[in-house]
Design a protein around this ligand. Structure first.
Ligand code: MLT
Length: 247
């Protein structure tokens, strides 16, 4: 089987956020998986109480077992990065390499957590549209084209309220993973948009400094959604990283 790469999406997005990477990496011969998390991309949502970052990591572990022969390079964007960290902690043997894209290791501050719980109530009352309009300007840099803005808005608008509420609930409950970083035993690539204001380059640099075998690539002219804003830079960084993995 060819080398497997599992791409885990962010919030409130779905597996389609990885289309430029799926296309490019598949053409390079990799076995690429870009699943939708439960309640996203038209998949059935769980009940809210079932959502946790650890439970989502277990889903991803099952996928690696079923579709990747038990081991994969695992990439996570933002919320996807939280899931990768839970996966590495629970099932290090299933992870051959790690790619963190615009993410962080810390849990939420009390203020951010309270904001997520308020947002769950808002989504329940008004649907996802108001949340999408609040988030969209923060996800992309000033360099993003109107076409990309509208594409990202479209992806977010089609996510189910139950999935969005569940993911907020999971993120609000998540543990701090800072202590995991020095224990990551596999090669790790950190990618961050130079203009990311949600998880800025300083956050990625701090993670890089704590992960033993890691490299950091800053993506110029890109915000939080660096993989969609500058797909070529991200694709090339991933392929270069894949070449460094021990055979
Ligand atoms: C994401 O892009 O997945 C979110 O910004 C993550 C978060 O809300 O912490």
């Amino acid at each position: 089987m060819s080398e497997a790469i599992l791409l885990i999406h962010g919030f409130p997005l779905d597996g389609s956020m990885w289309v430029p990477q799926v296309t490019f990496l598949t053409a390079k011969g990799f076995h690429v998986l870009a699943p939708h998390l439960p309640g996203f991309g038209g998949t059935a949502p769980w009940g809210q109480e079932r959502y946790s970052i650890d439970a989502l990591a277990e889903e991803m572990h099952r996928l690696i077992q079923d579709q990747a022969g038990g081991r994969a390079v695992v990439a996570g964007f933002s919320m996807g990065g939280y899931i990768v960290q839970a996966l590495v902690r629970a099932h290090p043997e299933a992870v051959r390499g790690v790619i963190f894209v615009d993410t962080r290791a810390e849990a939420d501050s009390l203020e951010v957590r309270a904001g997520r719980l308020r947002s769950i109530d808002d989504v329940r009352a008004q649907g996802v549209a108001p949340l999408v309009e609040t988030m969209l300007p923060r996800l992309l840099s000033k360099y993003a084209t109107p076409e990309l803005r509208s594409q990202v808005r479209g992806i977010m608008l089609r996510q189910s309220p139950a999935g969005v509420m569940g993911a907020q609930y999971a993120m609000a409950q998540r543990r701090d993973q800072s202590d995991l970083l020095p224990m990551i035993q596999v090669p790790t690539l950190l990618l961050v948009g130079a203009e990311d204001t949600i998880t800025p380059p300083s956050v990625a640099m701090a993670m890089h400094n704590r992960i033993p075998d890691s490299m950091l690539v800053q993506v110029a002219n890109a915000g939080h959604l660096a993989n969609l804003e500058m797909p070529e830079s991200v694709n090339n960084a991933i392929v270069s990283f894949m070449k460094t993995l021990p055979g």
